[in-house]
Design a protein. Structure first.
Lengths: 186, 403, 186, 403
């Protein structure tokens, strides 16, 4: 049975995490990792430039259905490339943005992660799906409720499980919406 | 250090990924372009997108074209009427209430909650949010509020930002007066037989009474003085709508009855009543009566009126029907000159509408129209053209900033 | 201006209440009245017999649209005759009945009232719309959410106002659904 | 006395009402019939309907054909599957959980709430309702539960009614064990790297672990003993569904993977694994793989499985698609003989379906199917015929009574 390329890449990534950290401490380590990533200095944004180029075509037989059909223009749609494993309401539809919480809410320092392909540069990125917390669920239009599952795992693999309310360490653990921030390349 | 470690791993992954691609025969040509170092491409490859910081949005000054609309029985959702998009969320249930301060820097909600959702200890609060952050800054304890479905007139603010008035019903009726500077209830005034709040220009409010009169409560922080008017409408045959309109800057009110009679009044300890006029007569139609089979254009809905004070226009949600259809959805909005008592315009709505509100600007005012299905329409209040249609799951209660 | 018959009857009824009780105590008195009515001995139910007869036709030009179109067969519909001034979810759609609260809820001892015509006997009845309280709102199908307004008055005439949550004197004042019990003939 | 006063007033009103009618010329003929004393009518007029007492419904014994279905993010609504009607409401949000005791006399909800709705003090409870009255009888304090959307396997009860097991995640994982007779948490067991609850026949449960093994916790009220199995599935390539099924009477489990492999197991301190089989092979199709473009019939949805233990049948919600579509709505239900590993039936659903459950009876079992739109379908699990279609506003979580 052939394991598709991108799956293998991801598996290596997750296996790496799993094998190098005692499982008991895994989540603690993971939290630090993701929380720390939020402190990265922002490089000059090259995105406009990247998008002015033609998108890099998706290899037709190694990409998931999501990847093949994803777009890199409108982050308030479920088929925006970063949303390959999101479950929830997009914060961009709620007064926030793709990595911005709506006013009155608080980003969770920990999150689940996905690995999604950006069609405009052909690269795979690790995405942190950070929930915004502390306020009743955003009443967006139904088209902003997404439920995708590329590389999504059950709750016993919490770091890639998207049914969990990822509101740990926030003042209140109520769920409002979900963001999709770039952590780095996969 | 963490960043540089990451950078290093990224580089490795990139290499391995491209290595894989180059071995894949199905991608020979495509792979050639990439594996040959990209020399065939016009521009060098863009650097990968950088890691992003999570942050929290803040809001600019509350725009004329924003509206807070009750949604899903859990919140008021702040909509940008120009873009038709959501800007933020303020929690409040169907029984709760919301008001915006005149300077638009504060949003207040009068809420009732139970410590265990539908049971436990009941608590009532006036919650104070700052507009830029939609942050809950204070919770001011209240006596038990009146619990009713979507009654804007159960919570009102004075234009000077000094007072909030909250209607209570236990079932005895009264009003809690909150000093918004000190953030506490300073007085609860009994208003037996009377309900709702219509604020004056300064230090007081009036309530509508079951015998067709007004109770007027003057309160400047020290002593409350209550006066009562004579009856000016007959609540048995043609009551005044709860959703009658008041200009909190001037204390002028437009009390509209079920049949469509408008009683103008200037509220104070001694209210001055103006000449009543008929919505139908102002539209060159016969006055509507109280016949249960008497067909006429009539006002009705959940929030059937909006007084645009800058333009001095009254927007009324109208439908055809007999008497006792005061809760029926409207199919048109009739726009009146409040001074001349003259119909200026009839706007045909895209469907049956429960509630309306109009943006307070005079330049390009927007008309917000909520359907019972939860759909939100935004129209030009001038042309009546629909500019946005949103599957917003909204209920029949809209709050826009007013002077 | 002609005042329709049924309105006049109702007005007399409500005026009678209003004029004979000081307004301050009105609601208290009314509570006792309605609560007390619940203790009436139930007469043998003649309803089946009444319904086996042809319905009494509605006088065509003195009845409201609701009265003309009302039915006396299915109490889980908004057009059931007793629902001429109801605003809320019918308890009959929620595990209760036309005068029965669903399990786990509590009937409010006070209520708003309506005056509705029963098409099967042609009589006008005073209906107590008692809310059932103490549990989150019943999630019935949308056709069980009714909002009718024959003789319905603003909140400053609370006894006939149907936007109020009529949960006074119950353990919890949260709203679940609304019933429509017969109090007596109008 | 009150009653007789009322009787008197009724009589007066009656007279006056008829008086009015008799004066109304438009009703001459009709009025004649009534005013002439009714002699033209065959039967004497029925006495007026009597005043009614307000009462509260109670429920009979929990029927095989009832189901509790999550609705509107505020409650589980109890449906009668035969009539398609609502029988009652049990409060619980999207993050909460519900289980029915084996004898069906109790309903338990594991809930988390905040004293001020979305802020304030967080409290977690196991709430105990009695079925006949749906009355909240006890609230048992819990350590902070795991908050996740609709995970039936986060709350399980032992078949003997002694224990409730509640999964915690903070994000460290563990399980709270509640003694249901004493109504308190007697033990919290850490289950590092493991999650969910699959109860044994007696005094224990197993959890699924990220390395493809099971953690097994024996607890008889005194000491907890934890054992660990070897890995039996590869969580990296083909994880076991969270919604895998267990028979709490026997501790037998059916662990189903994303590709459709079924791992039977008998759970205890030393679980015994049976021969794995493939849902696709049992349907005479090739085994499905993990290819992201490998089209096959695959299990998926929010609640994609139901093990009917009396008939020993596994109902699986199936769709066509590649790997990583384990959350996709199903279009058919495939019914398997669990012993023979044989497809017995394919039921075509009336539309895309998120979740299924089957009534536990063997006579005329009902299949409950929930659409993402909130529509509830009830079908005959034998014929696949749709018997009820309900605009129920339900979410993807159904609980039926099980042994």
């Amino acid at each position: 049975m052939r394991v598709p390329l991108f799956d293998r890449v991801t598996e290596t990534f997750t296996r790496h995490l799993a094998s190098h950290s005692p499982r008991r401490q895994f989540l603690g380590w993971f939290s630090t990792f993701v929380a720390g990533s939020g402190a990265f200095p922002l490089l000059p944004v090259q995105r406009a430039q990247a998008e002015s180029r033609a998108s890099v075509p998706v290899p037709p037989n190694t990409a998931s259905d999501f990847d093949r059909l994803a777009q890199s223009v409108d982050p308030t749609k479920c088929n925006y490339w970063r949303h390959c494993a999101i479950d929830g309401v997009l914060c961009g539809c709620c007064g926030g943005g793709v990595h911005t919480c709506p006013p009155g809410t608080q980003p969770s320092p920990v999150s689940w992660i996905g690995t999604c392909r950006n069609p405009s540069d052909g690269r795979q990125y690790v995405i942190a799906y950070r929930d915004c917390c502390g306020r009743t669920t955003c009443a967006s239009t139904p088209d902003c409720h997404c439920n995708t599952a590329d590389r999504e795992m059950p709750i016993y693999r919490p770091q890639t499980s998207n049914d969990i309310i990822w509101c740990f360490g926030t003042t209140s653990t109520t769920y409002h919406c979900s963001t999709a921030a770039i952590v780095g390349q996969a | 250090m963490l960043a540089s470690t990451r950078r290093g791993r990224k580089g490795m992954k990139n290499m391995r990924r491209f290595g894989h691609r180059c071995q894949n025969k199905a991608f020979a040509f495509f792979a050639f372009l990439l594996c040959s170092g990209g020399s065939a491409l016009a521009a060098p490859p863009a650097p990968p997108q950088a890691a992003e910081t999570s942050d929290v949005a803040t809001l600019p000054h509350f725009s004329d074209h924003w509206a807070l609309i009750a949604t899903n029985n859990v919140a008021f959702t702040l909509y940008d009427g120009d873009k038709g998009t959501i800007l933020g969320t303020v929690p409040a249930k169907m029984i709760d209430n919301l008001a915006i301060s005149s300077d638009r820097t504060k949003i207040y909600t009068a809420v009732s909650m139970w410590s265990r959702e539908d049971h436990g200890t009941r608590e009532d609060f006036l919650q104070e949010y700052d507009t830029p952050h939609l942050a809950l800054e204070h919770e001011i304890d209240l006596p038990p509020r009146a619990l009713a479905v979507f009654k804007q007139q159960n919570l009102e603010l004075s234009a000077d930002g000094q007072w909030a008035y909250i209607f209570n019903m236990s079932p005895a009726t009264g009003v809690s007066i909150v000093n918004l500077h000190d953030r506490k209830v300073v007085r609860t005034v009994d208003t037996p037989g009377c309900a709702l709040i219509f604020p004056w220009a300064h230090n007081g409010f009036s309530s509508l009474c079951g015998n067709g009169s007004l109770t007027n409560v003057a309160f400047d922080g020290k002593k409350a003085q209550v006066t009562q008017t004579k009856s000016f409408f007959d609540a048995d045959t043609d009551p005044v709508f709860e959703q009658s309109q008041v200009n909190r800057r001037t204390g002028q009110a437009l009390f509209v009855t079920y049949t469509g009679m408008v009683y103008p009044a200037t509220l104070s300890a001694q209210p001055v009543l103006g000449q009543p006029w008929s919505l139908q007569e102002a539209a060159s139609q016969p006055k509507a009566g109280t016949g249960v089979q008497e067909l006429a254009w009539r006002p009705g809905g959940k929030q059937p009126f909006f007084w645009h004070t800058a333009d001095n226009r009254l927007y009324a949600l109208m439908h055809t029907g007999p008497y006792w259809t005061h809760k029926q959805d409207g199919t048109e909005v009739w726009v009146y000159d409040v001074v001349q008592h003259r119909l200026l315009q009839r706007i045909v709505l895209p469907g049956p509408t429960a509630s309306i509100a109009v943006s307070p600007d005079t330049k390009h005012p927007l008309l917000f129209a909520v359907q019972p299905s939860g759909k939100l329409f935004i129209l030009s209040a001038e042309s009546g053209e629909v500019t946005k249609t949103i599957e917003a799951r909204v209920a029949g209660f809209l709050v826009v900033p007013t002077p």
